[in-house]
Design a protein around this ligand. Structure first.
Ligand code: FE2
Ligand code: FE2
Length: 304
């Protein structure tokens, strides 16, 4: 039999539930500063009321449930109330290096003075830019870790810079600008405290509307911003999810909007594949468990 181990974790997700015969249990996702693991605690008799974000010391046995590692917790002690700084999952890339690369790529590729003014307003908007740099790109699914929004945005901007020269009839700078801003509303949609949760604006408006409002506010302050370009930028924001079923009020109706949607989708899906492989600890030559969002299992090839 496996020996129980003691370890500190942050409670990342917490659900209180009852089994069919009426016994209480806790279903949790625990974070140890980089990795998330499912955990279950039957018949929890605790000396404290657990909350998301709490740092706890857990005594548990590692098991497998539905092909995924899971901790069966026998004891859980309260350590402190907030451990977000050290215990939330983080991007593996250095945030400062990503932030300066993002700024440099924009500086080198944007020539249109109105677009350059828009980028400057964003990078000078300390509150927003600071939040943008630390936020996850999603609550789950893809880039769901600290600095994830920055990493995903950089990924989409890099793709835009590589791909737009292949379609010279499109306005490449507009696609690059759309790549920078498409998820900017996520800086206010999610909160990075404790576990990742939606803010009130995130819940009631969503990042497409929040992002559109931010850009409207910036563009209104830039003298002579051409009206049609304003609308085109807002269209890129509004349509980037590609389909009405995924929250876009309009499908992409310009070449630039279709291209932005495609590269956003590509970076998001490849991020999700990496997250699944990491989450399940998939070894080369084996399969992940079934993923409900991608609706498939993922295979990790043996050789590169
Ligand atoms: Fe989005
Ligand atoms: Fe995105």
């Amino acid at each position: 039999m496996d020996m129980p181990v003691k370890k500190k974790y942050m409670i990342f997700e917490l659900t209180k539930a009852f089994s069919r015969d009426g016994n209480p249990y806790l279903r949790m996702i625990l974070s140890d500063s980089g990795n998330l693991i499912n955990a279950i605690m039957f018949d929890p008799r605790l000396s404290f009321e657990p909350h998301k974000g709490d740092l706890v010391e857990v005594t548990a046995v590692l098991q497998h449930f539905n092909d995924k590692p899971q901790l069966k917790v026998s004891e859980m002690l309260f350590v402190s109330a907030s451990a977000a700084d050290t215990f939330l999952p983080k991007s593996k890339s250095d945030p400062q290096a990503m932030a300066s690369e993002l700024k440099r790529l924009l500086e080198n590729s944007i020539r249109n003075p109105h677009f350059a003014a828009l980028c400057k307003r964003f990078f000078d908007d300390k509150e927003l830019w600071d939040a943008f740099q630390v936020m996850p790109a999603a609550k789950s699914v893809h880039h769901a870790y600290i600095y994830g929004l920055l990493e995903h945005t950089l990924g989409v901007v890099r793709l835009a810079i590589k791909i737009t020269p292949l379609y010279p009839h499109l306005n490449g700078e507009l696609v690059i600008l759309g790549a920078l801003f498409h998820d900017v509303g996520k800086a206010y949609e999610l909160s990075a405290e404790a576990g990742f949760d939606y803010t009130l604006a995130g819940n009631l408006l969503g990042h497409l509307v929040i992002g559109g409002n931010i850009l409207n506010r910036y563009m209104d302050k830039i003298d002579g911003f051409p009206e049609e370009l304003k609308i085109h930028i807002l269209h890129l924001m509004a349509s980037h999810h590609g389909e009405l079923a995924f929250g876009s009020p309009q499908v992409p109706k310009t070449g630039e909007a279709l291209l932005l949607h495609a590269i956003d989708d590509l970076d998001g899906k490849l991020g999700a594949v990496a997250a699944i492989i990491n989450r399940d600890g998939v070894a080369p030559g084996s399969w992940s468990s079934y993923d409900r969002i991608l609706e498939r299992q993922i295979y990790l090839p043996k050789q590169k």
